[in-house]
Design a protein around this ligand. Sequence first.
Ligand SMILES: NC(=O)c1ccc[n+]([C@@H]2O[C@H](COP(=O)([O-])OP(=O)(O)OC[C@H]3O[C@@H](n4cnc5c(N)ncnc54)[C@H](O)[C@@H]3O)[C@@H](O)[C@H]2O)c1
Length: 269
Amino acid sequence: MINPDTDRVLITGAAGAIGSALRTHLRDRYRHLRLTDIRPIADLAPNEEAVMADIGDRAALSRMMDGVDALVHMTGAPPDPDLETLFRVNVRGLFDVFETARLAGITRIVYASSNHAFGCYPITERVTPQHPPRPDSHYGAFKVMGEALLRTYHERFGISSVSLRIGTFRPLPIDQRSLATWLSPRDIAHLVDVSLRHPDPGALVVNGYSANTRIKTADPGWDFLRYHPSDNAEDHIDMLRAQGVDVDGPWEWPEHGGSFVHAPPPRIG
Ligand SMILES: NC(=O)c1ccc[n+]([C@@H]2O[C@H](COP(=O)([O-])OP(=O)(O)OC[C@H]3O[C@@H](n4cnc5c(N)ncnc54)[C@H](O)[C@@H]3O)[C@@H](O)[C@H]2O)c1
């Protein structure tokens, strides 16, 4: 269990979309946030400390984890990466970050997994994190690898973790699918906060969505974690209609993973 008044939390990918939302919502509640990214991190508050580094740099990782109690791992390959980059950041980088955290004595890890861990399930199936993974892509399979690694860390080394199968993180919903999968900035911050504070999450895997009326998954882990999302994509339906989004027609994608399930095979290099 992380105590925000005394413990130090490291957020990776802190210059990214989710990392920035976490900073906005958590910096008033946590005594000390250490932030890292390969890109510069702007507008530091007095209780924020930034380290610019590539997650492939093990020595830098080791230094930045000194004195840290919890890791929030949000680093991710850029959109539409080639397979080598995806592997370097989401597999090798993930391994380096988790191993360094273990060796540094970190006791709690919150990890950005993805709904693409189960993207091949038909949309009509109300999937929970208890269903076997059915990743829809290399991206989704690598996310499942991270979840499996955290299970091992719990069984073997007593490190507790929460893997968040994030849906569509955006300031606002963007299309028909995100009416089911939207995760708002306020709700991701709440989800990370309860994942850090929970006394004993084990190696929990949870879905990361807002309280969307059209949600197509179920998750008993939300009550266990005390995650009570505030936002609902349906509240923005008029905005989507005004943008010409077909929100009233038949559901666009036959599987949970949406366009990922039908994407062309990935490139190497
Ligand atoms: N945004 C979503 O809808 C969504 C959905 C599911 C899962 N996720 C996952 O959540 C995480 C955060 O997503 P996001 O939307 O904030 O992505 P983002 O691309 O905005 O942020 C990722 C950050 O990682 C950093 N990064 C990339 N390569 C790096 C490297 N080699 N060394 C150090 N830093 C590096 C980038 O500079 C960037 O700031 C990712 O792991 C992503 O896969 C996001």
